[in-house]
Design a protein around this ligand. Structure first.
Ligand SMILES: *Cc1c(COP(=O)(O)O)cnc(C)c1O
Length: 270
């Protein structure tokens, strides 16, 4: 994919001249374009454009990019690594000239969380989108209780065939009843509130190729809604830069878009 933002955050940090206004302007343009595309896809599917929220994914991006994204209008930020995210949250809070928009922004965790990071997730995030095991659920629930809060979560399902992806394995629809034990167990945890489902399908070059996976996640939602009716099952988090328009057509209520808005990601460890 052609990068939309041509200044990398790392170059921004290294640069002596102030590139911030340029970065904000280019992120603002990409953000607006993405919102417009979401609205068009929603209307095409007979949905209310306001029923879809745009999560701007800033994983591995430096703090300057996060600030620029907020300045450009981002309301929800998605991060994969709890430590990195908490560092950014803390840094924004400690700045002398904190803008009101920085307080209003909502932080979501969207990547696989190791159990020793459960505490950070329970403390700092508005939505934990990528809960992928009962064991982790119990751990996060325990810490949420300590923080005296109820943490909203999504259950992550692997609706493709890739072994490497995280999430409950759910590609075989004839085995969906096997999921009910864990789903009911998570639903019964008093300091977690299940809001819906999340998935990360296999990556294709052609967005249309992801459609069957989004449809499968929606069918899984309908399946669970019938069998675990005490949960609202409102949210479907699906679609990235590569395929969010298709995801919206298939019912996404949260799309997670990084590169198409904030530009190419620095690699891990750079
Ligand atoms: C990185 C990531 C995204 C965003 O991907 P882009 O290609 O930057 O849009 C979305 N969801 C998850 C789970 C991710 O890890």
């Amino acid at each position: 994919m052609k990068p939309f933002v041509h200044i990398l955050g790392s170059e921004l940090v290294a640069s002596k001249i102030d590139l911030m206004p340029t970065l904000v302007a280019s992120i603002r343009e990409n953000y607006q374009k993405t919102l417009d595309a979401i609205a068009a896809s929603a209307r095409k599917a007979g949905r209310d454009p306001d029923s879809v929220r745009l999560v701007v994914v800033t994983k591995l991006q430096p703090i300057e990019v996060v600030e620029a994204a907020i300045e450009a209008g981002a309301k929800v930020l998605g991060e994969n690594y709890p430590e990195e995210a908490v560092q950014k949250i803390t840094e924004l809070k400690s700045q002398t000239s904190v803008k009101p928009s920085q307080f209003a922004v909502e932080w979501h965790i969207i990547g696989h969380v190791q159990s020793r990071k459960a505490r950070l997730v329970a403390e700092h995030f508005a939505l934990f989108q990528s809960l992928d095991s009962l064991k982790l659920a119990e751990r996060v629930d325990h810490f949420a209780a300590e923080f005296d809060r109820v943490l909203p979560i999504l259950l992550e399902f692997n609706v493709g065939d890739e072994e490497s992806k995280s999430g409950w394995f759910a590609s075989d629809e004839t085995h969906w009843t096997d999921l009910l034990n864990d789903v009911n167990a998570v639903a019964s945890l008093t300091h977690l509130q299940v809001r819906g489902l999340m998935t990360m399908p296999p990556l294709f070059t052609e967005p249309e190729a992801a459609r069957p996976y989004f449809q499968r996640l929606r069918r899984l939602r309908d399946f669970l809604a019938k069998r675990v009716p005490q949960i609202e099952w409102r949210e479907l988090s699906m679609g990235t830069s590569a395929d969010y328009t298709v995801a919206v057509e298939e019912g996404a209520t949260l799309v997670r878009v990084g590169q198409a808005i904030v530009g190419a990601r620095p690699r891990r460890g750079d």
